[in-house]
Design a protein around this ligand. Structure first.
Ligand SMILES: Nc1nc2c(ncn2[C@@H]2O[C@H](COP(=O)(O)OP(=O)(O)OP(=O)(O)O)[C@@H](O)[C@H]2O)c(=O)[nH]1
Ligand SMILES: [Mg+2]
Length: 231
């Protein structure tokens, strides 16, 4: 057996360990609060990719932003519907040019909040519709739908706005921790059918509290912000 001694160095070169380095940290974790706007004309010039979070009030938009950015209270989440009243932009710094933003996550006020008076509701519909319709830098839409409630008429109306622009959409079926696995899958299939208006649609069960669907959602969003990050 002389000459057949095991050469550890050579073995390591030929079989590099699969987990030699830790998985890369999501770009989204770098997000920082940048600006709040009450109207479209208060938004910064549309220079870099934006990913907006839309959905009914209380559907979990702010909670999703917090878990995706790995920050407890970046966006304000609350049991009281209608918590987010402004358009809030969270900037992702460019790792290669720290003074520049690679993109923004945009937390929008929810719709369908009955306790808001009619004038306020109309104003918000206009801001939301205007944002979705006109914002030149919009790279993708994250549509949040409470998995137990399913797609509502208001969600479908919004889907039509999104369809007009042909924007890629990620539907997150939030609070998926509240349903057993089989029902989650059924709900995702139903949502895909109900949102057939939107051409480029992915629908995933998601939970901010139980981190369900988190990696897949993050990969989607990173890809919209920085297409070279995820092939
Ligand atoms: N169980 C569970 N609760 C959640 C989840 N996501 C959000 N919630 C709860 O749902 C409530 C609303 O969450 P928010 O993130 O504030 O919802 P929002 O869509 O930002 O609401 P508005 O700003 O009012 O439009 C809060 O009490 C959250 O703790 C989840 O994945 N699982
Ligand atoms: Mg909110």
């Amino acid at each position: 057996m002389r000459g057949a001694t095991f050469n550890m160095k050579l073995y390591n070169r030929l079989h590099p360990p699969l987990l030699s380095s830790p998985p890369p940290v999501s770009l989204l974790h770098r997000a920082r609060f940048t600006v709040s706007a009450a109207r479209l004309d208060q938004l910064p010039a549309p220079t870099t990719a934006e990913v907006c979070f839309v959905g009914r009030s209380n559907s979990g938009k702010s909670s999703a932003i917090n878990v995706l950015t790995n920050q407890r209270r970046l966006a304000f989440s609350s049991k009281t519907p209608g918590r987010t009243r402004l358009i809030n932009l969270f900037g992702i710094p460019d790792p290669l040019a720290p003074d520049a933003w690679l993109g923004f996550l945009v937390d929008l006020p929810g719709y369908g909040y009955a306790a808001v008076d009619r004038a306020a509701r109309d104003e918000w519909a206009e801001v939301l519709g205007g944002y979705l319709h006109e914002r030149a830098s919009l790279a993708g839409v994250v549509l949040l739908i409470d998995i137990r409630r399913g797609v509502t008429d208001l969600d479908r109306r919004l889907a039509r706005w999104i369809a007009l622009r042909g924007l890629p959409t990620l539907a997150l079926l939030t609070k998926a921790d509240k349903l057993p696995y089989g029902q989650r899958i059924q709900a995702a299939a139903r949502a895909r059918k109900d949102l057939a208006d939107i051409g480029t649609l992915t629908a995933l069960p998601f939970s901010a509290t139980h981190r369900i669907g988190l990696d897949e959602a993050a990969a989607h969003i990173e890809n919209w912000i920085s297409p070279q990050a995820v092939p």
